[in-house]
Design a protein around this ligand. Structure first.
Ligand code: MN
Length: 689
């Protein structure tokens, strides 16, 4: 069924049935090639369908084909259902609008080649390599996980959910491992690829959590900016894997998940789309407790149908009578406002880890006394090491939920340890009912695996990272002051116009979620789309391959979609060619493939700088390799023999290059900071007659 002829000999492939032509491969060794495909069927549409399939299964590499055009013709309504004359093509110019070819495999090879030649694409300021050990993924029992609080929420709505939480006898936990823990310890670099692997285990074994915090804050930004993955896809995929535990996100009040001010309709739409994608609980805060910003975020979350958790940012020390600004009265007053605004859950958000046991007792008992029906949820960071003690004090004073992280991701700037909270409350009236994970050895082993899963690939070498630079850290003194809530005066965002613009730039597969990503982070989204446009779905790669690329001779598999797996073997990295590129060779599904990758380091060094010709008088070259520190002359300047022309730094010493003759400088070939090889041309002098 497959035949390849030389061009000019003529060629025909006759297709009697579409199934007779799976994955035809045409050799690219011919400059031009004529391939004839004939499909027949009982009617036009059957024949066209067969032809469409035959064309879609062609794999022609290295030469351009008119297959996309022919596929457009085969999808054209007029072509399929009415008569067509010679004007057909002229009248249907949209036949020339080709869908971009996906070619995901080739793009991924390009990515891997790029990493093999140039190192990680994600900024990593440490030299350590990611672990080469593949973690053992704990197994989960067949069937659905046990019911959780999400089932209560879906059945009874936010108010019923809040009642159930309040009525729950023991202490409830929110696990921050998927969000704040790795935001605090690993610069938010844990990838969806790894979260997905552990998610079924979490769903089956942690079904009694209040919630799983997995989104918002920096995760939204970093997913696109550094991990080149879609934050919405993370939410969708985790939702499928964890149907029973509520998902919780952090919403920066009127700033949603961004750092800037958005028009109000953007915040409302954002919450709506987040809820549609599986978000349940919205912790709404403003770091300055600016009520108008908080109330807007609460309205947006509430209108989307989410659980509203208004969070008071805690600072100061309520147990210190000398500190009057952020006193108990301040927090009580603020709580009153948030209760009036209709929060379902009240949160104390101790973002700096300032809560001590005594202040916890004072604050939580005061709020508990005034508002016996509202669930109280406390968030802290274990920065000072007092997190467990403070959270215990909160729970004893009447808090319903506290935030913890899995042990290996707990402590330091992260949340207090889940294991410690579970152990400290065991057998008391606050029992977290997380005994199953702690009781028998086998379970502990599994828990250990979970810990490894979340941190093993990243913790070792990413932990010295400082959090990504964020604009919330700059003092923007020069910006004009805005009176009132900024979003209130901004014109509404035109989602249709934004979507149309994105389609123009990135093609037709722009989703509602993409529009929201672009609304929140326009530039980050643009760069993310460009990156994945060139390098393909890098989120399919394992974390080690993503960060470090494969070793030579390593064989591995990449599942680019369900049931579609690439078998890849890294063969070799070629020598540097004259244009600063290297060929990287792979075997892809048994076929040899190569990509050409720019060697960034070599390109920098390869200045392609002209050499000073010794035979030409007046061409001054570098006496040794070095860096240009100063050029002391200008074009047109007269110079004497022996006059300093240029200062080079070489081997930590400065070398002055003097003029070998008297004359006029005609051309200067270097700039300050240029790195030069020996004999690289510095400048040219015309001798004075
Ligand atoms: Mn936090």
């Amino acid at each position: 069924m497959r035949k390849v002829f030389r061009s000019g000999e003529g060629m025909g492939i006759r297709l009697d049935s579409a199934s007779a032509f799976p994955g035809a491969v045409i050799s690219p060794h011919y400059d031009s090639l004529l391939v004839k495909v004939i499909a027949s069927g009982k009617d036009m549409s059957t024949a066209a369908a067969k032809m469409h399939r035959a064309l879609s299964e062609f794999r022609v590499r290295g030469v351009k084909t008119n297959i996309p055009f022919l596929q457009n013709v085969l999808s054209n309504h007029q072509f399929l259902h009415s008569t067509v004359d010679t004007q057909f093509i002229d009248e249907n110019q949209n036949l020339f609008v080709m869908k971009p070819v996906q070619n995901r495999a080739q793009k991924l090879l390009h990515y891997l080649g790029h990493v093999m030649v140039n190192g990680p694409t994600t900024p990593i300021p440490v030299k350590a390599k990611p672990s080469s050990i593949d973690p053992v993924i704990p197994t989960v029992p067949m069937g659905d996980p046990s019911l959780g609080f999400r089932d209560v929420l879906l059945r009874e709505g936010p108010e019923g959910f809040a009642k159930a939480v309040r009525a729950h006898p023991g202490l409830l936990l929110m696990d921050t491992t998927f969000r704040d823990a790795h935001q605090s310890l690993l610069a938010t670099r844990v990838r969806t690829h790894d979260l997905k692997k552990i998610a079924p285990y979490v769903s089956h074994n942690f079904n009694n959590l209040f919630s799983l915090e997995n989104w918002g804050g920096a995760t939204f930004d970093v997913a696109m900016r550094f991990l080149y993955e879609c934050p919405w896809k993370r939410l969708q995929e985790l939702r499928t894997l964890v149907p029973n535990v509520p998902f919780q996100m952090l919403l920066r009040g009127a700033n949603a998940v961004g750092y800037t001010n958005y028009p109000d309709n953007a915040v409302f739409k954002f919450c709506e789309v987040a809820k549609e994608n599986g978000m349940d609980i919205f912790r709404v805060f403003d770091s300055l407790n600016y009520l108008p910003n908080m109330i807007l975020g609460m309205e947006a979350a509430g209108r989307a149908g989410g659980v509203v958790e208004a969070a008071i940012s805690y600072t100061g020390d309520v147990s210190d009578p000398m500190r009057q600004k952020y006193s108990l009265a301040y927090y009580v007053k603020l709580t009153e406002e948030l209760m009036k605004a209709g929060t379902h859950v009240l949160c104390i958000k101790d973002m700096a880890g300032l809560l001590k046991p005594e202040s916890s007792r004072i604050l939580i008992s005061a709020l508990r006394d005034r508002y016996p029906d509202v669930p109280i949820h406390v968030h802290t960071h274990d920065t000072a090491g007092a997190g467990v003690a403070a959270m215990l004090a909160c729970a004893e004073a009447g808090a319903d939920v506290v935030d913890v992280a899995v042990d290996s991701m707990a402590g330091m700037t992260s949340q207090p340890s889940m294991g410690a909270m579970v152990a400290c409350t065991k057998g008391t009236k606050l029992d977290t009912d997380c005994r199953r994970q702690q009781q028998n050895e086998e379970d502990e082993e599994v828990l250990d695996e979970r810990e490894k899963m979340t941190n093993m690939k990243c913790l070792r070498w990413l932990s010295p990272l400082s959090p990504p630079h964020s604009p919330p850290s700059q003092v923007l003194k020069s910006l004009p002051r805005i009176e009132g809530r900024p979003g209130a005066t901004l014109p509404p965002l035109d989602f249709d116009a934004l979507e149309a613009g994105l389609r123009l730039l990135h093609g037709d597969d722009i989703t509602e979620e993409d529009v929201m990503s672009a609304a929140m982070y326009p530039k980050v989204f643009q760069e993310y789309k460009e990156f994945t446009g060139s390098f393909g779905p890098v989120d399919c790669l394992s974390t080690r391959l993503f960060l470090d690329g494969p070793k030579i001779a390593e064989e591995f598999q990449v599942e680019i979609e369900r049931g579609k797996t690439l078998h890849i073997k890294a063969l070799a990295v070629g020598d540097l060619n004259k244009t600063g590129q290297r060929g990287v060779f792979f075997e892809l599904n048994g076929q040899l493939r190569s990509v050409l990758v720019k060697d960034n380091v070599a390109m920098k060094e390869m200045k392609f700088h002209p050499k000073a010709l010794k035979s030409v008088r007046g061409q001054v070259g570098a006496p040794m390799p070095g860096k240009v520190i100063e050029v002391k002359v200008e074009p047109g300047q007269k110079v004497e023999k022996g006059q300093p022309l240029c200062v080079l730094s070489a081997m930590k010493m400065e070398t002055v290059v003097n003029s070998p003759l008297t004359g006029v400088v005609t051309v200067i070939h270097v700039n300050t900071d240029n790195s030069l090889e020996g004999d690289d041309l510095i400048l040219e002098i015309t001798a004075e007659e």
